[in-house]
Ligand binder design. Structure first.
Ligand code: 4NP
Length: 161
């Protein structure tokens, strides 16, 4: 259930330089196209890349679809995020588990896998980490993120966000 005030969504991966900034840029872009006012942010469970812009491969792949990421900067998830955001959406199960470990019990229902929202558009529940792979990994990340964003926007529209 998504609350009725201005909805806020936090997208989370490990480094906050590949998957979650891509999801941040894509979801924000698609929400704007749909005319929905939703606050979107992203963060990493790890701190290695705090303050850095997205990986240039992620930025280049997103730009090929008309979406800019270079203004984003990595930050680490903080406890306050669980209170501030209606949804805290993890890119994979490792990150979901790490979020659940630190999430105050009253906010656990806000923490989910992002790809749950893709429904039957895709057959995967995790966005694979593209960091150590080739450029096609970044294209797959975008395809999965587009599917989840579409499903999430449909749900927000149904709920009158
Ligand atoms: P992300 O990708 O979690 O999608 O941002 C990664 C970025 C960096 C590392 C791992 C994954 N790293 O090990 O530094």
């Amino acid at each position: 259930m998504i609350s009725k005030d201005k909805t806020s969504i936090l997208l989370v991966c490990l480094g906050n330089i590949c998957r979650s900034p891509t999801a941040h840029g894509v979801l924000e872009h698609r929400l704007r196209e749909a005319g929905l006012e939703v606050f979107v942010d992203s963060a990493g469970t790890g701190a290695w890349h705090v303050g850095n812009p997205p990986d240039r491969r992620a930025t280049a792949a997103a730009l090929r679809r008309g979406i800019r990421l270079e203004h984003l900067r990595a930050r680490q998830v903080e406890l306050e995020d669980f209170r501030r955001f209606d949804l805290v959406l993890a890119m994979d199960r490792d990150n979901l588990d790490n979020l659940m470990r630190i999430c105050p019990p009253e906010y656990r229902s806000r923490v989910r896998l992002f790809l749950e929202f893709a429904g039957d558009r895709v057959s995967m529940l995790e966005v694979p980490d593209p960091y150590f792979g080739g450029d096609d990994g970044f294209e797959q990340v975008l395809d999965l993120i587009e599917a989840a964003s579409e499903g999430l926007i449909e749900q927000l529209q149904r709920e009158g966000a």
